[in-house]
Write a protein that binds this ligand. Structure first.
Ligand code: NAP
Length: 280
């Protein structure tokens, strides 16, 4: 089984960013990472995003707010970030605390700065197959890993486990755009293992530690693991039981070091596009 490392795909995107910014005068584009509270997942994702922007020669700033900030105060602060001409793109870490109406904030965000495609404008563009918008970075990262490794998508049977608005649904649309035949599974799918085994390309995005073992993987399938989970021993792991698929899958992404590394690279590419540069 070939291990598809995210670092190699990320390096390719870094090169695209460098090329796009060649000759750019003045400050490089700036990302604002908006975080409410101190959830460890958010803090760690923010750290990764800030580090990646710096490594790619881009700017980033953290805009962190206390967990108990009122809806009104957060809206005011968010509006200021949204309207700040120095901010080319925004990454809003979610879920937001329950006193803040997340749906309203997703609608407030300037679609031109909405790097993770959370607004209905960008979501509609993904569903319409319009590449002019911003798709959610993780969904785009999955397609990017396939393309960067020369793995054909057109005409292939793709099965996605998970139907969230962040990963499963937009990814299904991106795969359809690439001419795949797509099946989307969820908790009510009758024969999950059997359906997954039919897939030539299997994407795990369920958020269940090591749930998909060798029984779920067809011979020579390509397996992409989006899951980021912590197992009962406190170890980071994906949705796929990596060791048990070794004799079945032809290729697979590891966790950590797979899709996650590409997600922040795609975020950087979106930032460059949002700032008006032509890129890859
Ligand atoms: P989510 O909103 O919780 O959605 C999970 C989806 O998986 C739901 O559609 C759910 O089905 C389905 N599901 C859960 N358990 C299942 C089971 N036992 N059998 C079949 N389907 C099942 O999660 P998410 O936000 O999409 O994230 C999914 C995973 O990706 C998480 O581990 C998350 O941490 C990770 N993630 C990674 C990145 C990255 O950059 N790599 C980015 C975002 C998320 P129902 O709809 O029926 O409930």
């Amino acid at each position: 089984m070939i291990v598809l490392k995210g670092a190699e795909v990320s390096a390719r995107i870094k090169e695209q960013v460098r090329e796009a910014l060649k000759g750019c005068e003045g400050q490089p584009p700036c990302l604002a990472v908006v975080r409410v509270g101190e959830r460890p997942d958010d803090v760690s994702y923010e750290r990764g995003a800030l580090k990646k922007m710096e490594a790619f020669g881009l700017r980033a700033r953290s805009c962190a707010f206390p967990e108990d900030i009122s809806d009104e105060d957060f809206r005011k602060a968010f509006r200021a970030i949204n309207e700040d001409p120095d901010v080319a793109g925004i990454l809003l870490l979610r879920p937001l605390p329950k006193q803040i109406c997340e749906k309203d904030i997703a609608e407030m965000i300037d679609p031109a700065k909405d790097l993770d495609g959370i607004s209905s404008v960008n979501m509609a563009r993904v569903f319409m197959g319009d590449a002019g918008g911003f798709a959610p970075c993780t969904a785009e990262a999955v397609v990017e890993v396939l393309k960067a490794n020369g793995i054909p998508i057109s005409g292939k049977r793709v099965t996605i486990v998970g139907r969230s608005l962040v990963v499963g649904k937009p990814l299904a649309m991106l795969m359809i755009k690439e001419n795949a035949t797509v099946t989307v599974c969820h908790t009510k799918t009758a024969d999950l293992a059997g359906t997954c085994r039919q897939a030539e390309i299997l994407v795990a995005a369920a958020g269940r530690a090591r749930m998909l073992n060798g029984d779920y993987v067809g011979q020579d399938a390509v397996v992409l693991d989006v899951g980021i989970n912590v197992d009962k021993d406190g170890k980071l792991c994906g949705d796929v039981d990596f060791e048990s698929i070794r004799d079945k899958a032809s290729m697979a992404t590891p966790v950590p070091g797979g899709i996650g590394a590409v997600t922040t690279a795609v975020l950087a590419r979106h930032l460059v596009r949002a700032a008006g540069f032509e890129i890859g």
